[in-house]
Write a protein that binds this ligand. Sequence first.
Ligand SMILES: [Zn+2]
Length: 406
Amino acid sequence: MLIETFIRKQLRLKAHTVTKVEEAGECMRVHIDRLGQRLLRCGVCRRRCSQVHDIRKEREWRDLSMRKLPLKLRYRPRRVECPRCGVRVEDFPWAEPWARVTTALFNAVAMLARELSWQGTARQYGLNWKSVATIVKRAVEYGLRHRARPTVRVIGMDEVSRRKGQVYLTVVYDLERRVLLWVGGDRTEEAVKPFFTKEMGTRRCHTLRVVCMDMWAPYANLVREYATHAQILFDRFHIVKHLNEAVEEVRRSEMRRLSLKERVVFKRSRWLLLKNPWNLNPGQKERLSTLVRWNVPIVRAYYLKESFQLFWDYKQCKRAETHLQKWMTSAMRSRLDPFKRFVRMLRSHLDGVLPWTRIRLSNAAVEGMNNKIKSISHRSFGFRTATNFIAAIYHCCARLPLLVER
Ligand SMILES: [Zn+2]
């Protein structure tokens, strides 16, 4: 088979043909021309047009490589007279109208950019970083326009930090399909509102049944305003995190009070207190019992933490509530300020904590996704702009469709 025929078939050309393939230093140049008087299509509506208006100057498209040589397609685009759109540049079967690379290369780059950093992807295909950035952003734009939008019933909202906690983004996931729905540039009410008003809209907001989140007022306010049918559920993972922070705070302030000799035993006791007791080895158990003998506040904190955790196992709402009320009363009497603060936070959010017994959902899936987002940021050594970071998150987590190769 002639190489010209091979490439023509690969590109699935019908109204065009390959006239010549030449080796040109670092690449293979593929010359394309119109095939006879075959009808060309309008670049806007893809309708067949009988009249060619004029011939433009030659353009070049990067294509995939053959062996080690990148293919470059060269063609002089025609402008057609479309009965509907007027004079327009023709439709290229090998590329999108705006693209400087073929759809095949576009999709190959986009797919690799889901696994590697943009820099790494660029190196692999001999492109520069900027071209990869453009391709990913275009792919995301296209994907968002063409993605399926099934009914959403259960969502998880969370924040991810950018630049070591100085800047936050909000991510929203569909917890049933385990897919990213939306990313917002901040975690304020103003920044997250478009998710409800634009992304979801009134009709789709009505189908929301459960919204899983941290105890963060802006998110809760928005849900109460826009998704009136939805039950807010404060996420188990976050509640435990706040509880552990209270334990840690008690431990640290006690450490400051202790003498140097005593401090040795307490060193690295953090995990001892946070771990589940049945996971401790004999040495650790011994150290824990020394702690118990020596230090009262830390031990009180430890037992409070342990008894709180029983809440998650109750099957009956009434019993779970009784347990929590009793626990809060004893925690308020513990004379441990971090725990009192925790109880106050819990009390003001009870309507979103108690439904756990009925719903038993958590943002565990969200945590997995958030770790993925962290690794995306990490492999690119952090993104300098929020726009690029957001594009990368959509690209890797939202399962967006790629361009259709014709
Ligand atoms: Zn048209």
